[in-house]
Design a protein around this ligand. Structure first.
Ligand code: NAG
Length: 370
């Protein structure tokens, strides 16, 4: 009896395992959430609360967005300058803090800061609001005001914030002490085409990689940098192509890095800790919905935020619905499919061998009894 059941069971387990992965993965996940005039520029995933957190344009607010598209206001901070914008947001899961890069965009008076809010307190109490300054812009009035664009956090609670106007990175300690952390010559080593769109936007998306460095991308050159998270020294990562209009960046737990522009998502990997990297796939995005940010959510899935920021920045937008949409690398999907067929093939081969052996066994037994 056992002999008979075992191979069949094994064969069917092969089939089930092979099919379970794509079935559970299903279609890419789409979250359309309603929040009039929000125009969020950034998205982050809160692994403890199992929801996304998004910033907002001119609302001084941070919101959670659930899988079921339920929107909640996490923070409304009336002490921020009126109509200020939250451009970057990240969740410090170890300290249960929300870190938000705050800016006043023209024509409002210039203001850039990092705000931290306590996710353990019921009203998400503000822990600090640290102004972020560009010492060079302070002394030279014709220089661009800083723009605190994106933020990431290390395991000790240090935040790293990119200044996309001044091309450097601030560090803000867990107590809220700010300093210019990395103004590497690498950040200004690549030519910028001043006639191009977004030529004003330098260092932008930034992510902390657990091995002690940051990866940052630069919008107006399409370059990626590896920044030592201890001393701020930086090098350009050698890539097989430029990441045109690079904006948001996120890293999956398997080490694959995804960079988004409003036009596409770049899937990039490296086997030497980001001295070099390879763009192994590009996924087209819906350019008119203007993706600006990418996050790795539950199950290591990659999501982009369609925030329509280009439409909202002039202050006369009337949009009510925004989206967080799962994206996939088609190449990776294909590789998965190949594995499924290999598994089914192996299972079937095993089944045939067993059938053959059984037949021989039966023949032998018949011979003996005859
Ligand atoms: C803030 O925005 C509101 C609504 O758009 C506007 O009426 C108000 O004048 C703005 N305040 C400042 C200080 O710009």
């Amino acid at each position: 009896m056992f002999l008979k059941i075992a191979p069949i069971t094994i064969f069917f387990s092969f089939v089930v395992v092979a099919f379970m992965d794509p079935i559970s993965a299903g279609k890419p996940h789409i979250i359309n959430f309603r929040s009039p005039n929000l125009y969020p520029e950034s998205v982050s995933w809160d692994p403890s609360a199992q929801h996304f957190v998004v910033g907002s344009l001119r609302h001084r607010t941070l919101h959670s967005v659930s899988d079921a598209a339920i929107v909640d206001t996490l923070v409304f901070d009336p002490n921020l300058p009126p109509n200020s914008t939250i451009l970057g947001v990240t969740v410090d899961n170890y300290r249960r803090r929300l870190l938000a890069a705050v800016n006043s965009i023209p024509p409002l008076p210039a203001f850039s800061a990092l705000a931290a809010y306590d996710l353990r307190s019921p009203d998400r109490r503000r822990l600090f609001l640290t102004p972020l300054r560009d010492p060079a812009a302070d002394s030279a009035p014709d220089k661009d005001h800083p723009v605190a664009n994106d933020v990431t956090v290390d395991f000790s609670g240090n935040a790293f914030v990119t200044n996309s106007a001044g091309n450097f990175i601030w560090k803000v300690t867990p107590d809220g002490e700010a300093s210019v952390f990395s103004a590497s010559p690498a950040f200004t080593a690549h030519p910028v085409d001043r006639d191009q769109k977004y030529s004003f936007c330098g260092i932008n998306g930034v992510v902390y990689v657990s091995k002690g460095y940051l990866l940052a991308v630069q919008t107006n050159t399409g370059k990626m940098f590896k920044v030592n998270a201890e001393d701020g020294t930086a090098r350009t990562v050698l890539l097989n192509k430029d990441l045109t209009f690079a904006d948001g960046i996120a890293v999956r737990s398997d080490g694959v890095v995804v960079v988004v522009s409003h036009q596409k998502a770049y899937f990039i990997k490296s086997d030497d800790s980001w001295s070099e990297g390879v763009v192994f796939d590009e996924t087209a995005l819906e350019a008119e919905r203007f993706a600006t940010s990418v996050a790795v959510g539950g199950g290591d899935r990659v999501y982009v935020l369609y925030g329509h920021v280009d439409e909202g920045q002039w202050g006369n937008g009337v949009r009510e619905t925004f989206s967080i949409v799962e994206i996939e690398s088609e190449k990776e999907q294909k590789e998965d499919t190949v594995w499924i067929y290999v598994l089914i093939g192996l299972g079937f081969a095993y089944f045939c061998v067993w059938r053959f052996q059984m037949r021989q066994l039966v023949t032998n037994m018949n011979k003996k009894t005859a």
